[in-house]
Design a protein around this ligand. Sequence first.
Ligand code: 3HC
Length: 299
Amino acid sequence: PAGAPDKALAKKITKVGVIGAGLMASQFALLFVRRLQVPVVITDLDQARVDKGVAYIHDEIAALEGKGRITQDEANRLQALVTGTTDKSDFADCDWVIEAVFEELGVKQDVFVEIEKHIAPDAILATNTSSLSVEKIGAKLAHPERLVGFHFFNPVAVMPLIEVVNAPQTNEVTLSTAMVVAAKLRKNAVITSDSPGFVVNRVLAKLLGEAMHAVDTGTPFEVVDHALDSFGLPMTPFELLELVGLKVGAHVLDTHHAAFPDRFFESENLHKLAEYGKILERDVKGKIKGFDKGAVKIV
Ligand code: 3HC
């Protein structure tokens, strides 16, 4: 990838659009409103999902106020800046639109084709894809040069990194805007090339894939978990898989296996666990109690 783009080229962002109101999208929508202090509009497939996302952000803003990190006035102001909609025409005046919808190429392509009908031709588009090709995601756009990868890590509020993915068609204004936005979000941004898993998920796919493979080949969950916990990782692979979502985790492994079959494992068991919905058993507060009995039976 090119060196640092010229910051002077960056577009000023006055309104942010977020497509997807799931946990990842809601977490970064919160960060956008807090750090950019501009209106943030969120959409999803139906009103119930939109409402859930907006409610999450409002609750998190209230929690920041509760912890004394922001004043009541600021909390009220930030909450008022966040709106939900199922009408894409509400995105018309957004100059930055970012998506975190289902990790499937066709779904992401369709989402961008649809949103492009409603926005200005020079509005910037960003995808939070975990490991898909940004070039392919933008392949059906009229203006693919305004699409960039903008990859957050879970939990968004805590993890310092954003990978800014410089796809072959991404132009300098887009790249520059992404770097300036990342800095405003107070994250460390790195520019990566548009290759499977970029940098971090490529490394994590190795870790998670090998941990699943150890289970698939007969070492019990508990042993793999205990070994890697005692080794000193901040989170064990199974905790991490639940944090990112088992379906996302399985998808990341599949993408890497498809791109580099001799270097990455895919795991049938991980797909079964993703269908089942969990690996770990937790108490009502979310504290881990051990491995879920059903999950242990699957393997
Ligand atoms: N959401 C929001 N904030 C959280 C949080 C969460 N889920 N979990 C922890 N925090 C906050 C806490 O509130 C606390 O904030 P404070 O200091 O302001 O009160 C701070 O983080 C530290 O909390 P803890 O003392 O509980 O921290 P831990 O020492 O347990 O560390 C962790 C928590 C930072 C999440 C650590 O376990 C960690 O680094 N885990 C690995 C996470 C990781 O690798 N993420 C990348 C996943 S890959 C990905 O997302 C990419 C995707 O494409 C698949």
